[in-house]
Design a protein around this ligand. Sequence first.
Ligand SMILES: Nc1ncnc2c1ncn2[C@@H]1O[C@H](COP(=O)(O)OP(=O)(O)OP(=O)(O)O)[C@@H](O)[C@H]1O
Length: 559
Amino acid sequence: MESVQGILAALVSPLENASGIQNATVANSTISQAPMAIPSDIASLITLLFSFSALRDWIKLIVIGGVLETARRSVFSVYARLMNSFFITATFDEDDISFSWMMVWLSEHPTWKTAREVEISTRSLGLDSQATLLPGEEEDVASNSRKLGFLPNVSNTYTLWYKHRWVSVRRLRSEQGYYGHRQETLIISQNSWRHVASRPKRPLKSIVLDPGIKDLLVEDAKDFLGSKPWYHERGIPFRRGYLLYGAPGSGKTSIIHSLAGELGLDVYIISLSRSGLDDSALNEIISDLPERCIALMEDIDAAFHHGLNRDSEDPAESAPGADRNAPPKPAQAAPTTTSKLSLSGLLNALDGVGAQEGRILFATTNKYLALDPALSRPGRMDIHIEFKLASKIQARELYRCFYQPSEDMESEKYDDVPSELLDDVDAETSSQTSDSSDTLVAPSPTLPEPKNGKALLSMMPDHRRRAPKLEREQIGRLAHAFADAVPEREFSMASLQGYLMVYKTRPFDAVKDVRAWVEKERADAARKAKAKAPTPSSPTPESEPEATPTPEAATPTST
Ligand SMILES: Nc1ncnc2c1ncn2[C@@H]1O[C@H](COP(=O)(O)OP(=O)(O)OP(=O)(O)O)[C@@H](O)[C@H]1O
C-alpha cells in the first residue's frame, strides 16, 4: 500500500510543479478536491489517470498519428506493388562476378557524363573495361597510365534510358559493426569468393612441357569430368586432385590456367598462407565452391612452413629419387608458422561434406618432400607430376614459340639475314656434334652489367619493333642452335623466357648471345652460393647429396 502511495506521489508532484494551466487543472481535479483520498485498487487508479485532461489529448494524438502512419504505409505498399507489377528488379551482390559485369556496363553508360552526382573510380573491376574517359583523358590512353570511370554514387537512385525503357539504378553500401565498416570489406573478411580478374585463355601450345605431360593432364581431366555416373555407382567421391611439384618457374601455374581455359572452368585460388585463415574459414570457402570448377592451392606447403623461404630448399627435396622417409632437416623440424590453419583442418576441408562434387583440385609446391603424406595420398591428390628445370627440348620449343609468326600477325620480311650465322647453324645441325667448345656462334657479351640507365635500357625489349619474318625452317635451325647452347636441366623455363624477352625482335642475336648469358648466369649463381655458404666457424649442417638431374622427361606419377 505504501508503494502505491509512493507511485501516486511521484505522479502528482510533477503535475503540481508544472505550468499555471496545469496547476489550475489539478486544482479542479478530484485529486485537488481530495488530496488525501488514495485509490485502493487498479480500477480507481485508471479512472484517476483518465481524469487528466492532458492524458486525453495525448491519446487523441496517438490515435491520429497511428491512423496517419497506417495510411502512409498503405499508400507506399500500394505504390510498391504497382511499381513491382511494371518493373523487374534484379539484385547483384558484390561478391558475385555479375556485380563486376554490371559495374563495367554502368561505367560505360553515357548517363554519368551529365549526372550531377557521380562516383569517380579508377577501379578496373577485374574486367577489361573501357571506362568512360574524362575530357582530355584520350591523350593519356597510349601510355595507359590512368583511366577514370564514372559510376553511380552510393545510395542515390538513378534513372537510365536503356533500349526504350527506363531503368532505375541504386547502389547500396551497408555499414556494419561498431566502426561502421562497409559491407564489401566485411564480406571479404568473411572469406567469401571475390572475382579478381578475367584473363584471356592461354593457348595450351604456348606452354612447353616435357612430352606427355600436357596430354596426360588434359585427357585425365576431361575423362574425370565425363565420368560422374561411374563415380556415383561405385560410391567414390566425385573429386580429382592433382599435385604439381618441382622447380620454380617451370610452368605449374601456367598449365593450370591454360587447362582451365581448355575445359571451360573457372579457377578459384585458395591462398593458404593468408593471415587469419583458420580451419573453419577454410571449410567455409571450400563449401562455397561451385560444382564444376578448378580449385587452386598454390604453394600448399606455405601454410605450414612460413619459416622456410624458397631459397632454403635443398634441390634434393624435389628430386624424384630423394628419400621421403629421411628425417626432416632442422628448418623443417621447427617451422615458425603463424598460420591458424592446422593440417587436420586442411584435410577435413578437402574431404568434408562441403568439398564440392565435381571439383578439380590443383595444388602446387616447390617442397614436395615437406608435404605430409596424408595430404598427398590418393583420394586427395590422385596424380603427382614433377616439373623440372628446362630440358633442351623445352628450350628449343620455347624459342620456336617465341619467333613463330602467328598466321594473322603482320610481320616484316627480314631481308637482312646475317647469312654467316645461318651457315654456322646449318653446319652445326648437320655435323650433330655436341662439342660446345666448337663455337657455333661467337659469344659476344651484349648483356652488359647494368651500370647505368642506358645500359639497362639497351637490355629492355622494344615492344614497338616487329620481329623479322622468318621461314619455318630458319626458325627450326635457330631453335636447334639455341637449345644446343642451353645446358640440360640447369635453367628454369621462366628464366629462359626472361632471356628471350630481351631479344623479342632479335632472334639471331638471341642465339648469338645465349652462351655468354649462360656463363654469366652460372657466374652469378656461384657468387650467390659463395655468399650464402656458412663460414668455417659456424656449424655445418649435414651435407645432402646433390640432386642428380635425371635425363628423362618429367615423370607424371599416377597414384
Ligand atoms: N613450361 C613453360 N612453357 C612456357 N612458359 C613457361 C613455362 N614455364 C614457365 N613459363 C613462363 O614462366 C613464367 C612463370 O611460370 P609459372 O608461374 O607457371 O611457374 P611456376 O612453376 O608456377 O612457378 P612457381 O613455382 O614459382 O609458382 C610464366 O610467365 C610462364 O609464361
